[in-house]
Structures are given as structure tokens and as C-alpha cells.
Design a protein around this ligand. Sequence first.
Ligand code: PHE
Length: 344
Amino acid sequence: MSELNQAELDRLLSEAKATDVSTPERLEAFRIAHFGRQGLLKDLNERFRAVPGPQKREMGQALNTFKQALQAHFDGAKAQLTAAEDAGTSGMDHTRPSGEAPLGSHHPIRIVRREILSIFDRMGFTVADGPEIEDDWHVFSGLNFPEEHPARDMQDTFFIQRNPDLLLRTHTSSVQVREMEQREPPLRIVMPGRVFRNEAISARAHCIFHQIEGLYIDRDVSFADLKQTLLVFAEQLFGSGTRIRLRPSYFPFTEPSAEMDVYWGLETEVDKRITKGTGWLEIMGCGMVDPAVLEASGIDPKEYNGFAFGMGIERIAMLKWQIGDLRAFFENDIRFLEQFTAAH
Ligand code: PHE
């Protein structure tokens, strides 16, 4: 290692000043090469220690002057870069929106549930909730399903062995009974929730699914009120001009009872397949609340009447997004769920 001298410092300084530091990356490389832990200054300081005593003072001053000049050069280059960036000449666009942070997505059942509830919210319905483990009264007997009545077979039920009176609710209609028992009419409520049926899992059936129940009890409620409420709902959910029809049906707790269909279309092969060639799709069950049900819940059927309806959320989500297999909602496959990020 040669002895440190003024000539070398002069040469090093002019080399440093000739280095290209016109981009942030080059300036950073310069900083590391000169001021870094293994950089030039570290090296020079070490060599300075070996300078013989009599020359130390002079070399020390020379080295200090060199350091200051190097630092001044670096600071100047850095200030120039910053000014260029501020003037927008660095190719960086400060007005660009930042990248979106990945936040996951809502589950499609959640998205549809929220949409349905908000439609009914705008019509003045409030939300009510009830237990998933229920007793026979709230799921069946209070809804006019007598014991041993074949209508119970419509809903294959999970019973709880240790207490034969307890079961997993097969429909959210149980919450109707609880609300009618606890509150005074008028009632205008929607009741979302999970329901359970002892069914083999397939593309069209699952042992767990979700429903939204509706109940409207007041004086002089008519079937026209039911139909108009459901028409407004269908138009809000599927678009204005949506056509509905009510087909006679049977439920023990409504009289008369109906199934509501929505007109889906019959143009494409898909339309034909999902509507089984009719163009119509079944959306929900509904009807005028049976006076026996009102009475069983402590509401005087001579004073009040009303309507009820119940729909499956999965079914509506399947229609909305043309999802062909119910199991997709329960498998939590991220490739499926990710497709709903834009649907919030
Ligand atoms: N609870 C019925 C079912 O699960 C649907 C329904 C609700 C029908 C309210 C009429 C009135 O099939």
C-alpha cells in the first residue's frame, strides 16, 4: 500500500467528480462506494493511521479538505436530483393513484344477503334473528305442522338425540313464531339465517344453507300487498321490468300459499337448462299467514292478518352469477371466492 499523499487525493477527487450520478440508483451506488462501511473514506482513514508522525498534521488537513469536497459534491448531486423529481422530469407521476392493497373479498352469500336486506330495509322492514338450535314448537307445531303430519316430511330434519324436543331449524320460519310471540303487531321484519336439512350434498342440495324470511302483520293486509311487495323486490334485485308469477302451492302455515317464479328468459341453451324449458325460475315460497298460526302465537286473527315469504340465498346467488354448483359456496376455494372482489 503506497503512502497517502496529496497527489492521490487530488486524483481521487477528480475521479469522483467525473462519476455519473444523474439517477437515484447511480447516486446511491456512489454513496456506498465512497461513504459506505467498505467505502473509499474508510480505506483512506486506515491508510492515514500509517502516515509517519511528522506528516500527520499536514495529511490530516488534506484528508479533511478532501472529505468536505467529496461530501459537497454528493450533496450537490442529491439536491439536483430532488429538484428534478419535483419538477416532474424524473418520469415519476405523483398524481397516479397508489396500487390497491389486497383485502380479500366478501363471500357471495354475504353479498346477496346484504343486497336483499337493503331492498327490504328501503321498504321499511327491520331485521330479526333467532336461534339455529330450536324446539319442535317454533319449527313445526307453532307453524301448524301437527305431529305425525306428512308435511313434516317436506323438510328432512336433524334431531338432537339427547333431547328429542330439540332440532336444527329446517327453515327461518321459526323466527316468525318467536317474533309474533314476543312483539305486538304491526310487524314488518326480515329474518336472515342458516338452516339445516338432512340431505345428501349435491350440485343442487346441501345440508346447510341460508334463507331470508319475511313477515308482514297489520290490519287489513291483502294478497295484493304481498304480490306488490314481492314484485318491487324482484325488480330491485333483478332489474326493472322483471316479471313475476305466483303459482298455487302448499305450506301448513300459510293459506293461500304460493311459489313465486321470476321470468328468466328462454333464448339460450343455458336459459332452457336452468329454467327446465319453461323460462321461469322458482325463487321463494309465500302466502297469507294462516289464522291458526297467528292465534298460536297470541295474535288475534280477527284483528290482524298478514303475509310471509321465505327464500334461499344460495339459489338467488346461483341465478345472479349463473353458478351451476351449490357446493362452490361451501368449499371455500380461493379461486372461486376471489371472483367476487369487484362485487362489494
Ligand atoms: N319456510 C318455507 C320453506 O323453507 C318457505 C316459506 C316461508 C313459505 C314463508 C311460505 C311462507 O320452504
